[in-house]
Design a protein around this ligand. Structure first.
Ligand code: BES
Ligand code: MN
Ligand code: ZN
Length: 510
């Protein structure tokens, strides 16, 4: 992530310079600030809207350059659509849209006059808007040399002398209240952007040890972080996780992150567990070459856990939460696990490894068991880029949700709708569970071609203790290469951070 625009809130005065952003609603009616600038420029906005047949439709805009009568160099008139029908996510997306329209050509400062035709926008909606702008602002360009960075500024490849937006001022009726509402959202933005950074980083730079070091850095924010060495994992008996990492030159690690925001009275923690395969070649069951580069993102579940822990700590969430991530590299080598090998997980369950490319479930098996054993959490949620099959089922619109608990499942689904990080529940059941029975061991690590995401989830459930509310999110389609949105232009989306932050806010904070 490179330098981000500094975001602040201010009162509604339209005396400013740089770029002004004002709004019109569906039908073309101007907001008060838009009317004000229209008057000051002798009807320039009205004329520009007429010429371009702008009618205030959501996502549309008119660019007015060098207006006379005001100090602004540019006024952007943006369509709101129907703000009367907006939900939280619409304000978020509007922030992203507006930030996108400011990319590359804007100079030092932009002033957004955030209001509807009727007037004020609520502080929490202004905060969502600002979060959307901040998330859209993210760029992963650390490996681009300076000249390339200049050209790649969102300005259709044209250089702009490296000018990029330094300052974004959101003008609202109550800037203090908006600022207060935005404080926790800023923490969430930091968490999402950290997760994106981790997912985007190539695997030569970010292996298990380097990832662990990034997690360790959360201690600065007040998170207790423990990095377990490979020797410690051996002592714990994590034979499933270690079998995945044994083909790599790079030692495996498990990182345990604790945020104790609710103190002793808060009781047992909620646990979040993440798959952190820093690169997945498939191992001896080698993947085909085409698209294998994407497997640098096979640690997106773990990245989400780290991003979430940062967000919770920065916003001082009143929750006890523990994050556990299994960090390994899945490589083929003379020392690698072979198809047919039998290994013993920490729980004592023996696993026949039929396919070394079904590695995520083996990593999670030991992380899930360890987490329940050590922390007796009140709920466990795991995230993993677990199966290609979940994309066949759900595309990139929804992550797969599997759960042994209807209440947890429902809460997650609602949090998904509210944040736009959508989930779709898929089934579990005894018939699916049978698919992973093994002839030579307790279970095998693949259940065949049909229902591949489900048999993977059944495998995980074999490591969930009776009575532990548990949910598994298969984020293979949503956490990386999930496509451009109003609030994300990065390959790694940071999926799950906002979702789980919302779940915790709504149900686990005291
Ligand atoms: N990391 C992959 C799943 C994946 C594929 C994530 C594409 C994102 C994009 C996982 O480890 C894997 O290889 N799963 C196999 C399981 C199979 C061997 C049973 C799969 O989905 O093909
Ligand atoms: Mn794999
Ligand atoms: Zn994998």
């Amino acid at each position: 992530m490179t330098d981000q625009t500094v975001l602040s809130f201010s009162s509604p005065s339209t005396a400013g310079d740089g770029v002004a952003v004002v709004f019109a609603e569906e039908g073309g009616k101007f907001t008060p600030a838009a009317q004000d600038l229209d008057k000051k420029t002798k009807g320039l906005l009205t004329k520009a809207a007429q010429i371009t047949t702008f009618k205030g439709k959501k996502g549309t805009s008119v660019d007015v350059l060098a207006p006379q009568g005001v100090k602004f160099a540019r006024i952007v008139l943006v369509g709101l659509g129907k703000p009367g029908e907006f939900v939280h996510e619409d304000w978020l997306n509007l922030g992203g849209t507006v930030r996108g329209k400011l990319s590359g050509r804007e100079g030092a400062a932009a002033h957004v006059y955030l209001e509807t035709v009727k007037g004020d926008v609520a502080p929490k909606d202004a905060a969502s808007f600002a979060l959307g702008a901040q998330l859209r602002d993210y760029k992963f360009d650390k490996y681009k040399s300076k000249s390339a960075k200049k050209a790649d500024n969102g300005n259709d490849g044209k250089a702009d002398d490296g000018k990029s937006l330094k300052k974004l001022v959101v003008h609202v009726a109550d800037p203090r209240a908006a600022g207060q509402a935005f404080a926790p959202e800023r923490a969430v933005a930091d968490g999402v952007n950290l997760a994106r950074d981790l997912v985007n980083e190539p695997a030569n730079v970010l292996g298990p040890a380097e990832f662990a070091a990034k997690a360790k850095a959360l201690s600065k924010a007040g998170v207790q972080v423990e990095v377990l060495s490979e020797a410690a994992l051996k002592r714990l008996g994590m034979g499933a996780l270690l079998a995945v990492g044994q083909g790599s030159e790079r030692p495996s690690h498990v990182v345990v992150m604790q945020w104790k925001g609710a103190g002793a009275k808060g009781g047992a923690p909620v646990a979040i567990v993440g798959k952190g395969v820093t690169f997945d070649t498939g191992g001896i069951s080698l993947k085909p070459a085409a698209g294998m580069e994407d497997m640098k993102g096979d640690m997106a579940g773990a990245a989400c856990v780290v991003g979430l822990m940062l967000a919770l700590a920065e916003r001082k969430a009143k929750v006890n939460a523990v994050g556990v991530i299994g960090l390994i590299e899945n490589m083929p080598s003379g020392g690698a696990t072979r198809p047919g090998d039998v290994v013993e997980a920490m729980s004592g369950t023996t696993i026949e490894v039929l396919n070394t490319d079904a590695e995520g479930r083996m990593v999670l098996a030991d992380c899930l068991w360890y987490t329940q054993d050590k922390f007796k959490p009140k709920a466990v949620i795991n995230l993993a880029t677990l199966t290609g099959a979940v994309m066949v089922a759900l595309g990139k619109e929804h992550a797969g949700l599997f759960s042994n608990n209807d209440e947890l499942s429902e809460r997650l689904t609602v949090a998904g709708k509210e944040t736009g990080e959508k989930l779709w529940r898929l089934p579990l059941g005894p018939k699916y569970d049978k698919l992973i029975d093994s002839k030579v061991a307790d279970i095998k690590n693949t259940g065949g071609r049909w229902g591949g995401s489900i048999s993977a989830a059944q495998f995980l459930q074999r490591f969930i203790k009776e009575g532990t509310p548990w949910a598994h999110l298969d984020v293979a389609g949503t956490a990386m290469a999930s496509g451009d949105t109003d609030i994300n232009r990065s390959w790694g989306s940071g999926f799950g951070v906002r979702l789980l932050d919302r779940l915790i806010r709504d149900h686990y904070e005291r």
